[in-house]
Design a protein around this ligand. Structure first.
Ligand SMILES: NC(=O)C1=CN([C@@H]2O[C@H](COP(=O)(O)OP(=O)(O)OC[C@H]3O[C@@H](n4cnc5c(N)ncnc54)[C@H](O)[C@@H]3O)[C@@H](O)[C@H]2O)C=CC1
Ligand SMILES: O=C(O)[C@H]1O[C@H](OP(=O)(O)OP(=O)(O)OC[C@H]2O[C@@H](n3ccc(=O)[nH]c3=O)[C@H](O)[C@@H]2O)[C@H](O)[C@@H](O)[C@@H]1O
Length: 440
């Protein structure tokens, strides 16, 4: 099929590559000239393993191209994918400016029947808004072209984006016509995934409900971790035991310094606002967000308890991105932690394999290092905030010889407490008792 994907971000670029790999001819459009120039040079505007190589190959075969010209790209395709950003407004509502802008351009440029697939995460009812905008433009042009709006939310994870896009566990497709169903069935016939056909509104809700549910699991584990430290239980063992129940499952039970990223915080706000607007509040989500926020305070309080005061203390932050295998620092817990350290007049050194350049734009006063070992030199405490391999597999014995005080606060429970303690460090994880015999 001839497909145009609009929005060359994490989702759009990954989607375009996956669709092209599955035998379609794909044009990826973005109104950001710089991004398209980069892509035309086969450079990815962000870090995500495996995509750059795939992109280079698909481009050379002519299956994937990049442009800023949306109108022309609309004319030549059968299917349009909308993958533009849907950020939060100050009031927590979703800013649909980009989605609406793109919809208007589609209405202005549509020359024949198109299936318009919405992959951006959008509030329930947005499918209708897009339909209205496109129809309005068609009416202005006095043309009677038919089209279908499909909701096909994306569930990929950053760091595993291409794998997830090529092997989705399930594909949710919200449709309003048999014609659109056939198109989507054909499109996904090459994937070995279960397809769920439902209404557009249901599909829109499934996306928010899924992200909020995953975040809820994390906040629950984080609160349990705090309690665990009080009563002497080990959250890793608790999670293991819980996860063995197939009704609960082992995933997303890792306690830590809270969830970050471009989606969980934003999507929870959006669903919360929707509940309020409809006078059907989601009280659970209020608690989920509050726990996530206070997890940072809890972590910093523990650090203060250990060091007495943070003033003029040298704190090494290892890991800045919201998770490993990405350069994304959007809503990363590290931002809130560093903010609190700087407010307390600490001297902050930081290392991250991929996120440093973005973080420099947020905090210019942090001393960034290109090697983790440089960040820990003379440190009064080391904070592990992202479980990068480069951090976990550090030569901790050497580190012990370099620090000023041997305090490690592991915000991701990524290190082996028994080993780290055996080196003479005071190790503190999240929900791991101070002297746990097993320590795993
Ligand atoms: N990042 C992720 O892991 C996931 C994101 N999502 C959702 O997918 C959507 C996109 O997210 P990301 O890819 O992270 O966003 P992003 O911010 O990385 O990319 C969005 C792109 O859209 C472009 N754009 C905006 N207006 C445009 C226009 N009028 N014409 C052409 N291009 C335009 C921007 O320049 C940008 O490159 C959001 O709704 C997000 O919630 C869903 C699943 C996973
Ligand atoms: O809508 C989205 O953008 C995406 O959001 C998440 O994916 P992502 O944000 O890439 O990353 P996750 O692996 O879900 O991690 C999110 C955050 O939760 C934290 N986390 C995750 C799992 C866990 O057990 N504990 C925990 O603290 C991670 O450290 C990270 O900060 C979802 O997992 C994807 O399905 C979804 O498509």
């Amino acid at each position: 099929m001839d497909i145009t994907v609009i929005g060359a971000g994490y989702v759009g670029t990954t989607t375009a590559v996956a669709l092209a790999k599955n035998g379609n001819r794909v044009i990826l459009v973005d109104n950001n000239k710089e991004k398209i120039e980069k892509l035309n040079r086969s450079c990815l505007p962000f870090f995500e393993e495996g995509i750059e190589e795939a992109l280079l190959l698909l481009k050379s075969k002519g299956d994937l191209s990049f442009t800023t010209e949306l109108s022309k790209s609309i004319e030549v395709c059968d299917l349009l994918f909308i993958t533009v950003g849907t950020p939060s407004q100050d009031d927590g509502k979703v800013d649909l400016t980009f989605v609406k802008e793109v919809s208007r351009t589609i209405g202005k440029g549509m020359n024949r029947y198109k299936t318009i697939v919405v992959k951006s995460t959008v509030p329930v009812g947005t499918g209708d808004v897009i339909t209205e905008i496109i129809q309005e433009e068609l009416n202005k042009r006095k043309v009677g072209i038919s089209f279908d709006i499909v909701s096909n939310p994306e569930f990929l994870r950053e760091g595993k984006a291409l794998y997830d896009a090529l092997n989705p566990e399930r594909v949710v497709v919200g449709i309003g016509s048999e014609k659109a169903k056939k198109v989507m069935e054909e499109l996904y016939s090459k994937y070995h995934s279960v397809l769920l056909f439902t209404t557009v509104k249901n599909a829109e809700m499934i996306k928010y409900a899924s992200n909020a549910y995953l975040a809820m699991k994390i906040s629950y584990m984080n609160e349990l971790a705090r309690l665990s430290e009080k009563v002497g239980t080990n959250i890793l063992e608790v999670a293991k035991g819980m996860g063995m129940d197939s009704r609960i499952g082992p995933q997303f039970l890792q306690a830590g310094i809270g969830y970050g990223g471009s989606c969980f915080p934003k999507d929870i706000k959006a669903l919360t606002v929707l509940g309020h607007e409809q006078d059907s509040p989601l009280q659970i989500l209020k608690a989920v967000a509050e726990v996530n926020e206070s997890q940072i305070d809890w972590f910093i309080d523990k650090l203060i308890n250990k060091l007495g005061s943070l003033t003029h203390k040298r704190i090494a932050v290892l890991g800045l991105t919201f998770k490993p295998q990405t350069d994304d620092i959007r809503e990363a817990s590290s931002i809130k932690v560093i903010q609190k350290l700087l407010q307390n007049d600490s001297i902050v050194t930081a290392y991250d394999p991929k996120g440093t350049e973005y973080m420099k734009k947020v905090f210019s006063e942090v001393l960034y290092t290109s090697e983790p070992i440089e960040a820990v030199r003379k440190a009064d405490a080391i904070l592990v905030l992202t479980e990068w391999k480069e951090v976990v597999e550090l030569d901790w014995k050497t580190v012990k010889g370099l620090v000023n005080q041997p305090y490690i606060m592991d915000g991701r429970n990524a290190l082996n407490p028994v080993y780290i303690r055996s080196l003479g460090f005071h190790y503190s994880g999240v929900g791991i008792p101070a002297h746990d015999a097993k320590g795993c």
